[in-house]
Design a protein around this ligand. Structure first.
Ligand SMILES: *Cc1c(COP(=O)(O)O)cnc(C)c1O
Length: 496
């Protein structure tokens, strides 16, 4: 069965997977979605002996139907190799009554690696398949983790330039250094005076700017995106939900077919949407729990059906979730509205013009696959300490938001006792100050680099090479600009 992709806003023709990956975002401003959901063609029981790459192939081939078997397998084996520091790529750790799906064993120690290590290969393969002779410019806004993972993935790839914008004052010290010290002749990193939403809006504006498109075209460039608006990033994330389920079956923690719950610390709604896609494909997931930090716009939305971004932006210790406009929610709205593109246009215009919209009763009813909760900063820090004290297991602040939300719901009896997978989205080594201070405030006096060493001592986990001696690396990117100047900066970098 061949799967085609269409825009959530409906004004475009259907594209093949490779075309949708190249375009990133549709010309009408919508996001590409599969015109229908493929079903998994193989019994879960027959997958228990598969390694990560084999599972990846079996999932991705159902979505990327215009890639040949060979093309897809080459992409997968180039992506998921020794860049990952464990053979399983995404191991499952049982702790605190749940199963932590550790998605941070890639080169930048955050879950973005799961998709961004394969996107460059999908994209360059797609460009070849479509006989495109343009250079691709990847334009990316990051709340901290996408940036480094995209830089890592796209560095020194022929025919590609990558420009990353991040909030200069809205990422952790380690995240900032990871980006500013990144080498790679085709990479550009720019801090902006503004928050992540400003960066993301700036990037979207540049994408939708006709004069920019023309300029790029004249200079033989085409834009694409490494953000989770790109379907080439979303689909690879479906894989690990299957993989985690298969591990549970294999370890005899569940029977094949038994339903599980999944909890995802959420920002841009990409990761949890991938879980929803897994469910749509047939994975036995009961509830998908959306966990927010104090920027709880998604919690409010799922609880009330009203999305309201008109609120203060809070800077928290889980910066990759400090987001008020969750791009991928548009895809969910499309699916739960019965693929009503008119409705999506109406809602997205309301969001743009008034900063708020409310979904209708049918859509609200279709949110039943989701539960929502949020964790305050205090909840998050207490959770890190408790789990460490009980189990010696150190989790990062984002994962802690998810665990705190689930734990609270569980103690209040608001969720059943199905086996639960928690998406563990970053290594604690990425947020050493917040994590160590949560465990013991005696660490307050140390800087991040000392804390990394202390963390290794208390957790017994080897320091990942991603952050080892990061403070001694040379800073190669120093540019900072105003959010409103992003377009000019792009022109300067590309000499257009
Ligand atoms: C990006 C990120 C998230 C949020 O993921 P979304 O797909 O944007 O919802 C959560 N945790 C970490 C560590 C991240 O890097």
């Amino acid at each position: 069965m061949s799967i085609l992709y269409k825009s959530t806003r409906g004004n475009e023709k259907l594209l093949s997977a490779s075309e949708a990956i190249i375009k990133g975002i549709a010309d009408d401003g919508g996001l590409y979605v599969p015109a229908k959901f493929p079903k998994l063609n193989i019994d879960i029981k027959d997958m228990v002996d598969m390694d990560y790459n084999e599972v990846a192939y079996n999932i991705m081939k159902e979505f990327f139907t215009d890639f040949t078997e060979d093309e897809l397998k080459v992409c997968i084996s180039k992506a998921y190799d020794s860049k990952f520091d464990v053979q399983e790529k995404a191991p499952l750790k049982k702790a605190g009554g749940a199963y932590f799906l550790e998605l941070f064993h890639g080169p930048t120690i955050a879950f973005k690696d799961m998709a961004l290590s394969i996107l460059p290969h999908l994209l360059t393969t797609a460009v070849k398949k479509n006989n495109m002779d343009k250079d691709i410019v990847i334009l990316t806004a990051t709340s901290g983790d996408t940036g480094k993972a995209a830089l890592e993935g796209f560095s020194d790839i022929d025919g590609v330039k990558i420009i990353v914008f991040f909030p200069e004052h809205g990422v952790s010290e380690v995240q900032k250094l990871q980006m500013k010290t990144h080498k790679g002749s085709n990479t550009y990193v720019v801090g902006i005076e503004g928050n992540f939403d400003d960066a993301q809006n700036g990037v979207k504006r540049i994408f939708n700017d006709d004069s920019m498109k023309k300029k790029l075209n004249q200079n033989n460039y085409a834009f694409s995106s490494a953000n989770s608006i790109n379907i080439g990033r979303l689909i690879p994330q479906v894989v690990y939900y299957f993989y985690s389920y298969i591990q549970l079956v294999k370890e005899k923690e569940i029977n094949s077919g038994e339903q599980i719950n999944v909890v995802v610390p959420t920002g841009n709604f990409g990761n949890i949407l991938a879980g929803y896609y897994a469910k749509k494909m047939g994975l036995p997931i009961d509830k998908l729990m959306c966990a927010s930090n104090e920027n709880k716009v998604l919690y409010d939305f799922i609880s009330t059906g009203i999305y309201d971004k008109r609120r203060d932006f809070v800077i928290t210790s889980s910066p990759s979730m400090d987001i008020l406009i969750s791009s991928n929610l548009e895809r969910l709205l499309y699916h739960i509205s019965g693929e009503n593109t008119e409705k999506i246009n109406e809602l997205m215009n309301k969001l743009k013009d008034q900063g708020v919209y409310e979904i209708d009763d049918t859509m609200k009813a279709n949110l039943k696959d989701f539960l929502a909760g949020y964790a305050s900063e205090q909840d998050t820090h207490t959770t890190i300490k408790e789990l460490y004290d009980q189990e010696g297991y150190v989790i990062d602040t984002h994962t802690a938001v998810a665990y705190a939300v689930w734990n609270k719901k569980r103690s209040l009896g608001q969720i059943d006792d199905k086996k639960t997978v928690i998406a563990s989205t970053a290594s604690p080594y990425k947020f050493p100050a917040a994590v160590m201070n949560a465990i013991d405030n005696k660490y307050k006096i140390y800087d991040d680099f000392r804390l990394i060493k202390e963390m290794s001592k208390i957790s017994g986990v080897t320091i990942p090479s991603a952050v080892d001696d990061i403070d001694k690396r040379e800073i190669v990117h120093n540019k900072v600009c105003d959010a409103k100047d992003m377009k000019n900066v792009v022109c300067e970098i590309l000499h257009v």
